[in-house]
Design a protein around this ligand. Sequence first.
Ligand code: SF4
Ligand code: SF4
Ligand code: SF4
Length: 294
Amino acid sequence: MCRICVQYGDGKKWYLNPKNYSDEVIYGEMTKLKVDDTMVGQLLDLKGTIQEIFSTAKRFKYDIGFGEKVDLIFQDLDDDIAQTMREGLPDLMDQAVGGQVVPLEDVEKIIDLNEGDIYMHPCICRKYYGGIEKACCMSLRPLAKDLQKNVGSWDTPNKMVSKEEAKEKLREFDKEGLVHGIFWAPIPVPAEICNCEYPYCIALRGRLHYNVVDAYRKGEYVSLVDPDKCNGCGGTPRCQSKCTFGALKYSPTNGKVSVNQMQCWGCGVCRTACPNNAITLVPREEFPQLKNVW
Ligand code: SF4
Ligand code: SF4
Ligand code: SF4
């Protein structure tokens, strides 16, 4: 169990603790962010720069260059604000917004725990990094109303969906190989279900490029391949082509894949892709060497 579960899970995973979906936590925590006010002010000052870059995004399709240009916000700004931002980002993410990878079965449980319908809307990362509108983000109760006002003008339809509709879409996204995540805003309120994809996802970029751990934490599981069931898909492993994190390797010698569990994030999309049911997810905590790798 990660430290967030220990602190906010009451013995469960933080995102499966019913208490974190209650009025008491949502409206209690929403109004008293523990981040430093100065830090928030400085981030808001920087918002102009970010907005200026984002406002030109419609003109871009993703290519090598634009993504990196946006990354410069973090990388190259060397004034006081940027310095504070870089140093304070991990704490801000920890308290204000951050996410964790979850496999399909857990994200379906999240849908059941959320009270009411879910607001499905286009992914902001794909829009800004790629000029692409894909309705694959799902706002839970605390965020649904505010976001409904803000993204209402986009071209892609955005709408409230029932629990069953949301689960059906999640199963589709799982087959596509999108990485499911649950984002807190603020901690420990589960506020947004995302279905992410590199290189568009700003959270994945934050983690993979800059190691901001709370931008996207690894999931609570790792995958295992049963070598007796794996036939290597005739040399073109279907699982491998879905893995965002490069955790699966194919051996031409034995004609099978194996998992590098240090690199596995436990998203489970390889499992869905396998025609032979050769892949299972097991709790990370069962492996002493992995249980604290987030
Ligand atoms: S975190 Fe993922 S799904 Fe959410 S907006 Fe970004 S890429 Fe889209
Ligand atoms: S190997 Fe791990 S990270 Fe890669 S798709 Fe499978 S579960 Fe996800
Ligand atoms: S998809 Fe299944 S059978 Fe194919 S290579 Fe992967 S684990 Fe083996």
